[in-house]
Design a protein around this ligand. Structure first.
Ligand code: PGA
Length: 246
């Protein structure tokens, strides 16, 4: 399994930010893990061009479940592929919250992504109230069951565990809590897709930064990270890549 350091730029960055991409590629020409940035859609084609021949892969942050049609403002998975993307994030908690995305919609998007030849990064995670209520495993188990596309394999699916309360807050679960969830997810995935589950990369996301990356990556069944804020600067994201590759 090739571990994955994935950066999610969210709604940040213009053309000037492409300098960060050049710096990242220069500093990490051949990392011992996969390196991915998911910029806003406006930058995908240019970033893919900047990354040609480099170790960096490019991804989208969302896609529509349909291939084309009358869906103003939306972008389809084949369009992302055409623009140079290799991955797409689906079901990020900000999409689930801001746009009311359900597990069924996330599953349809993931299926569309895989059909288009993209690798789908399916995001799941509990809210703080759900964790306080002791419902974490029930919630993420249900999200996994509901969001998992048909026929997913280790080559087409990445699963990202992102506790909603850890995103952008500087707070993270304890190492034991991360280990509990990732072990649970591996087992649940094995029930669903059998032996393929062993090769599916399970990412942790939520306030990953250079200072905590190594500790999180040492947890068994953590196969990389989905990084928001700390992916915007090449020096920070590069340090996380280096921790994963170590
Ligand atoms: P953060 O975001 O690293 O800024 O907490 C993570 C994410 O939303 O993927």
């Amino acid at each position: 399994m090739r571990k994955l350091a994935a950066g999610n730029w969210k709604m940040n960055g213009g053309r000037a930010a492409l300098d960060e991409v050049a710096a990242l590629c220069a500093a990490h020409p051949a990392p011992e893990c996969e390196m991915l940035l998911c910029p806003p859609a406006t930058l995908i084609a240019q970033m893919a061009w900047a990354a040609r021949g480099k170790a960096l892969k490019i991804g989208g942050q969302d896609c529509h479940p349909a291939v084309s049609g009358a869906h103003t403002g939306d972008i389809s998975a084949p369009m992302l592929k055409d623009a140079g993307a290799a991955y797409v994030i689906v079901g990020h908690s900000e999409r689930r919250t801001d746009h009311g995305e359900t597990d069924a919609l996330v599953r349809a998007k993931a299926g569309a992504a895989i059909a288009a030849g993209l690798i789908a990064i399916v995001c799941i995670g509990e809210t703080e109230a759900e964790r306080d209520a002791g419902a974490t495993l029930a919630v993420i188990g249900a999200q996994l069951d509901g969001s998992l596309p048909e026929g997913a394999t280790a080559a087409t699916l990445v699963l990202a565990y992102e506790p909603v309360w850890a995103i952008g807050t500087g707070r993270t679960p304890t190492i034991a809590e991360i280990a509990e969830v990732h072990g649970f997810l591996r087992a649940r995935l094995t029930e669903r897709i059998g032996a393929e589950a062993a090769g599916v990369r399970l990412l942790y996301g939520g306030s990953v930064k250079p200072s905590n990356a190594a500790e999180i990556f040492a947890v068994s069944d953590v196969d990389g990270a989905l990084v928001g804020g700390a992916s915007l600067k090449a020096v920070d994201f590069g340090a996380i890549v280096a921790a994963l590759a170590a």
